[in-house]
Design a binder for this molecule. Structure first.
Ligand SMILES: Cc1ncc(COP(=O)(O)O)c(C=O)c1O
Ligand SMILES: Nc1ccccc1C(=O)C[C@H](N)C(=O)O
Length: 437
């Protein structure tokens, strides 16, 4: 897909953006979504599609009709709802059947998988158990990942400060594979756990290389795909990734607080879940109600409690949209949109900087625009129905979600931002005082 040229003449710029939208093979998908304003926050909460609404409505109707019998008589039945969604999701992350489960939240899934893999690394030998290694993370992570991992280390009677290896960023935006390699060499790492895409800068890490590095140093490799699932294709099975987690409420458009997803490579399929629960029991014998836990085959064993059908149902319809569009075409459009955005930031005054990698191959689905006034500029944009978000200390995040965003929308963001800045309209807004951003 062609990225529109950024002409010096504003009219020519507009014409190029419109032409790119006209040529966009995914343009018609927008009609299936309700998109509030110029919406660039699909990496926080994706928009509602008619498909997601229909599958949610269907679950509500089946509840009305079947009540408890819905576990078996609903269509599709609720008892296997998670397994069915896992199979539907598998191609989006490059997994085999039974390597994906749909359950819990990203944070809960980090708890169970970090604990499971950390224990697996340490139960293996007496030497390890006596002197457990570390979990490798980095200082740009989304905070919940650290909260969960630290809590798991504390649960094991360990000092989290001594058992976390935190790779430090040189520039406050990105992490280099060399820094990760150095950390692996200098520490006894049991589990590497990194994001696929950084929530702030949008840097896309090289999962293949990092997985190989982890394995060369005797560590498991796990990833938080929150900012890539549904916008960047993955090959988790073929790359030998040990485990991964992600959410469905961002680029997969399954709604606020939607059920999350996880991957466990089939080579690790025999691990005992650290946070076991009856929904992870072998399905065939689950209702025999034995106190002995027989884990389900594959990733399904990491489910804990009853699947929240109403938080899972919108994912069913939402996945149809993404699968129909095709993850490779989605990525292609995403790259064109973010390339265009990066080019347009170059037309803004010098106080604006691109905080994301320039090379599209190293960038996820969003772009970080840095500015000392980022917070008030974000507020001024939102007041003009341009929905972006602010991430401290100085980032305006702009995520053109490919299923419902076009090139003219991207141009509108930048022209609105230029107008706000030139008229100093952002100065009418208060400095940051807390709350959801
Ligand atoms: C990288 C990353 N991990 C985890 C989360 C959140 O996890 P949860 O869905 O459990 O709130 C987010 C965003 O909310 C995120 O960006
Ligand atoms: N779950 C949320 C609930 C409320 C507000 C934002 C979120 C986000 O997901 C933020 C996102 N993870 C981020 O990268 O900032």
């Amino acid at each position: 897909m062609e990225t529109p040229s950024v002409d010096a003449d504003p009219n020519a710029r507009r014409v190029a953006a419109t032409a790119a939208d006209d040529a966009d093979p995914l343009a018609s998908f927008r009609e299936r979504f309700d998109v509030p304003g110029t919406y660039m926050d699909g990496n926080s909460l994706g928009a509602l599609s008619t498909d997601a609404e229909a599958s949610l409505d269907r679950a509500v109707e089946q509840w009305r009709e079947h009540a408890v019998e819905g576990w078996t008589d609903a269509d599709p039945d609720w008892f296997h709802y998670g397994e069915r969604l896992g199979e539907k999701l598998a191609p989006l992350v490059g997994a085999r059947d039974r390597e994906v489960a749909v359950c819990g939240s990203t944070t809960a899934n980090i708890h169970t998988l970090i604990a499971t893999f950390y224990d697996a690394a340490n139960d293996g030998s007496a030497a390890n158990a006596a002197n457990p290694g570390t979990v490798l993370v980095n200082d740009l992570d989304f905070p919940t990942d650290h909260y969960a991992i630290r809590a798991q280390l504390r649960q094991r009677g360990l000092d989290p400060d001594a058992h976390l290896t935190v790779v430090e960023s040189d520039d406050g935006r990105t992490i280099t594979p060399d820094a990760v390699e150095r950390a692996l060499r200098e520490n006894d790492v049991d589990v590497l756990f990194l994001p696929s895409v950084f929530y702030r800068s949008g840097q896309l890490l090289d999962i293949e290389r990092l997985t190989d590095l982890a394995h060369e140093h005797g560590a498991y490799a796990g990833f938080d795909l929150a900012h890539s699932a549904g916008v960047v294709p993955h090959s988790l099975h073929d790359r030998g990734v040990d485990f991964a987690v992600w959410c469905h409420y961002k680029y997969l458009n399954a709604g606020p607080g939607a059920i999350a997803g996880l991957f466990c490579h089939e080579s690790n399929a025999d691990l005992h879940p650290a946070l076991a629960g009856w929904w992870g029991h072998e399905k065939e014998t689950q209702f025999e109600m034995r106190h002995e836990f027989t884990p389900a085959a594959g990733a399904g064993r990491f489910q804990i409690g009853t699947i929240p059908i109403l938080a899972a149902a919108p994912l069913d319809g939402a996945l149809d949209v993404t699968l129909e569009a095709g993850i490779d075409r989605i990525r292609e459009k995403s790259v064109a949109l973010t390339d265009y955005l990066v080019d347009l930031v170059g037309t803004l005054p010098d106080s604006f900087a691109v905080g994301s990698p320039r090379a599209a191959s190293r960038r996820g689905g969003h772009v970080a625009i840095e500015h000392p006034e980022a917070y008030r500029l974000t507020e001024a944009l939102k007041a003009r129905d341009v929905v972006v978000d602010f991430r401290p200390p100085n980032v305006i995040r702009v995520a053109p979600a490919p299923l419902y965003t076009g090139f003219e929308d991207v141009l509108d963001v930048i022209e609105t931002l230029r107008g706000v800045y030139e008229t100093r309209a952002h100065e009418e807004f208060e400095a940051r005082s807390g709350g959801v951003t």
